[in-house]
Design a protein. Structure first.
Length: 210
């Protein structure tokens, strides 16, 4: 099936591109979600008139997606699960669980943006307690990494968050110290340069006097 993309699609193409896809993927995903249109003479003609409008809308969505990526990269999804002694959880963690969490985060921040559940990727089935990083495709090539913590009790989350905040504070302090050191080095180089120029100026004045 040949279709025209109405938006950027990761690993497929940019808005306005005409691409060939499998019929099932085209009908059940791209067309159903209005991410693309069937490529015909009439639709191609319409595309020529609307391409600038589509690109402008696409650019707007991409900027919003960048902001959402920054937001989601800083959040932690905590889930309580019953588990055996070997930390194997009873039941499972579903993509929809993470999807609901992400939408709650967006809602709390008054962000109206539709993230596709198909864009949430588990590298492998989650079957044990622990910490995971979930890749979330937001728009086009823009991806966020959401931290997922699976614990037996809320107290475990609180301890983990305190540890995370402490490490983050130490990281910020290190960055601050590094910037201060760079600034001091820059000032020292400037002072050395000024001293060198002053010495050169004195030398020239002395030679002129002679």
């Amino acid at each position: 099936m040949k279709v025209i993309l109405n938006r950027d699609i990761k690993n497929l193409g940019k808005v306005g591109d005409v691409v060939v896809v499998k019929d099932g993927y085209g009908r059940n995903f791209l067309l159903k979600k209005q991410y693309a249109s069937v490529a015909t003479k009439s639709s191609l003609s319409v595309l020529e008139k609307k391409i600038d409008e589509l690109k402008a809308e696409n650019s707007k969505l991409a900027k919003q997606a960048e902001q959402i990526s920054e937001l989601l990269n800083g959040v932690i999804c905590n889930m309580v699960r019953q588990a055996a002694d070997d930390n194997t959880i009873y039941g499972s963690v579903r993509v929809r669980d993470v999807f609901v969490f992400i939408n709650d985060v967006l809602k709390k921040n008054n962000i109206s943006f539709k993230i596709d559940i198909c864009g949430i990727k588990f590298e492998k089935p989650i079957k044990t307690l622990g910490r995971y990083v979930i890749a979330v495709e937001i728009f086009g090539d823009i991806v966020a990494d959401v931290r997922l913590n699976l614990c037996r009790a809320q107290a475990d989350f609180d301890n983990d968050i305190k540890s995370f905040d402490k490490k983050r504070e130490q990281s910020l302090m290190s960055e601050k110290d590094l910037k201060t050191e760079e600034a001091n080095n820059g000032n020292k180089k400037l002072e050395d340069k000024e001293k060198s120029q002053n010495k050169e100026s004195v030398k020239n004045d002395t030679e002129k006097t002679k």
